[in-house]
Design a protein around this ligand. Structure first.
Ligand code: SF4
Length: 203
């Protein structure tokens, strides 16, 4: 199991914004935990990030370009990682039925099992359990923070489908109002590169 004792959190110093320090510390702890996990010894961080994204995204978002956009990397850089994952038997590539030039990437069964074993990290689960309902409050505040960042900057949405302005819940089941295609109930919990936040009404 990853060793955490030597990475105990320290108090933010000087006048550095506290929120930034906290986010940086949490992401550093997460990186260390993944790096030290024995099941992930053969994966580079970018390969793990691509797998985690593909394990959470919907069918409109599982292309090599979407992976590159999500990770903020070039398509060329990402394509090497995707090839390596395919060679390891963790990714399956399929051609789009309508557009033969486009491919979709799905996780193989071993990749799903791997992610199930390491995500979310044990240390985070244990800490949030200790926090009880305050962890849910924190989750909702962090969601507000992310939305605020996305509204203030031109970054791709990649939001949760059920929070999208195009998401419709009909008697026959959920529907994407953008593509007019039906969605499986589980699709509502996936992230989408076409996600648009709900319209806000000015008061
Ligand atoms: S409803 Fe929005 S988030 Fe969901 S599939 Fe359609 S565009 Fe994507």
């Amino acid at each position: 199991m990853p060793v955490f004792s030597r990475y105990s959190a320290c108090a933010p110093a000087g006048n550095t914004p506290v929120l930034f320090d906290l986010l940086e510390r949490l992401s550093s702890l997460t990186r260390v935990w993944f790096r030290e996990h024995p099941l992930l010894a053969d994966l580079q961080p970018v390969q793990l990030s691509a797998l985690m994204y593909l394990g959470r995204c919907n069918r409109y978002s599982n292309t090599p370009l979407a992976v590159a956009d999500y990770l903020g990397l070039t398509k060329g850089t990402v394509s090497q990682s995707l090839k390596a994952l395919e060679a390891k038997g963790l990714l399956v590539k399929t051609q789009d039925e309508r557009d033969k030039r486009s491919v979709h990437l799905t996780l193989s069964e071993p990749a799903r099992q791997l992610l199930q074993a390491v995500v979310p990290p044990d240390f985070l689960m244990a800490a949030t359990q200790r926090m009880g309902t305050r962890a849910q409050d924190l989750e909702s505040l962090l969601l507000d923070l992310l939305r605020s960042i996305q509204q203030g900057t031109n970054v791709p949405g990649f939001g949760l489908c059920r929070t999208c302005r195009f998401h419709r819940t009909l008697a026959a089941g959920p529907l994407c109002g953008l593509t007019r295609e039906p969605l499986a109930p589980a699709d509502s919990e996936l992230i989408c590169r076409e996600h648009q936040p709900p319209e806000t009404t000015d008061t």
